[in-house]
Design a protein around this ligand. Structure first.
Ligand SMILES: N[C@@H](CCC(=O)N[C@@H](CS)C(=O)NCC(=O)O)C(=O)O
Length: 199
C-alpha cells in the first residue's frame, strides 16, 4: 500500500498526521503538482480526477479524496466515533471542510505559497478571504462550546480541518480574532505522535 502525495499539501498532510497519531507508517511517493505529475497518462490511469493524495493498494485498487482515505486508514479506531450521531457530526465537519473551508483557505494558501502570489492571481487571492473568514467563524463558534469539533476528543474532523487551519496565515488569514480556534490548534499539536506539516 502506498500514498502518492506532496508534503506541502494540507490534503496530503491529513494522511501523514493521521498515520503518525496512530503510530503507523505507509510508503510515500512524492508527486510534484507544479510539474503536472498528477496529469500524466500514468497518474490519470490510477485516478481519473488527477489529484493527490491517492492511496494505492498492492492489488492495484486506488482510493482518492483525502477524507475518504482517512476513513480507510482509521477504520475501527477512536478517531471515528461509534455513536451514529457523532459519526454523522464527523461527516458534517468533513463535508464543511471540503465545501466551505478548503476552497477558500487552501486555495488562497496555494496561490501564495505554491505560486508566489503573482500579480494576475491577486484578485482571486483577495476573493478567497471573505469565505475563509466565514469558515473560521463557524469553527470558532463550535470550539467555544467543545474542545474538539465533535466533542471532548479528537476525531478525523479535527485532523481534516487542522490541516489548512493551522497554516491559514500562509493564505493571508489572521487567527488573532479566533481564540478558540487558536486554543484548539494547541490541543491538536499536543496530541501524542503529532508531526508538523513538512512543507
Ligand atoms: N478534494 C480533494 C482535493 C485534492 C486536491 O485539490 N489536491 C491538489 C493538491 S492539494 C492537487 O492534486 N492539485 C493538482 C491538480 O489539480 O492537478 C481531496 O481532499 O483529496
Amino acid at each position: 500500500m502506498r500514498i502518492y502525495g506532496d508534503k506541502r499539501s494540507g490534503n496530503c498532510y491529513k494522511l501523514q498526521l493521521l498515520l503518525a497519531l496512530q503510530g503507523k507508517t505507509c510508503e510515500w511517493i512524492d508527486v510534484d503538482i507544479l510539474k503536472g505529475q498528477t496529469r500524466t497518462d500514468g497518474f490519470l490511469e490510477k485516478s481519473a480526477n488527477g489529484k493527490i493524495p491517492i492511496l494505492e493498494f498492492d492489488d492495484g485498487r486506488v482510493l482518492s479524496e483525502s477524507n475518504a482515505i482517512m476513513h480507510y486508514l482509521a477504520a475501527g479506531s477512536p478517531f471515528i466515533p461509534s455513536s451514529t450521531y457523532e459519526f454523522a457530526k464527523l461527516l458534517q465537519w468533513q463535508f464543511f471542510e471540503q465545501y466551505s473551508h478548503e476552497p477558500y483557505i487552501a486555495v488562497a494558501r496555494y496561490i501564495n505559497i505554491y505560486l508566489g502570489l503573482p500579480e494576475e492571481k491577486k484578485a482571486e487571492f483577495e476573493a478567497k478571504q471573505a469565505g475563509g473568514y466565514s469558515a473560521l467563524e463557524v469553527m470558532e463558534r463550535q470550539l467555544t462550546e467543545t474542545p474538539f469539533l465533535v466533542g471532548d476528543s479528537l476525531t478525523l474532523a479535527d485532523i481534516s480541518l487542522f490541516a489548512y487551519t493551522h497554516v491559514a496565515h500562509e493564505g493571508g488569514f489572521d487567527l488573532t480574532p479566533f481564540p478558540a480556534v487558536r486554543n484548539w490548534i494547541s490541543l491538536v499539536k499536543d496530541q501524542k505522535g503529532f508531526i508538523p506539516l513538512q512543507g
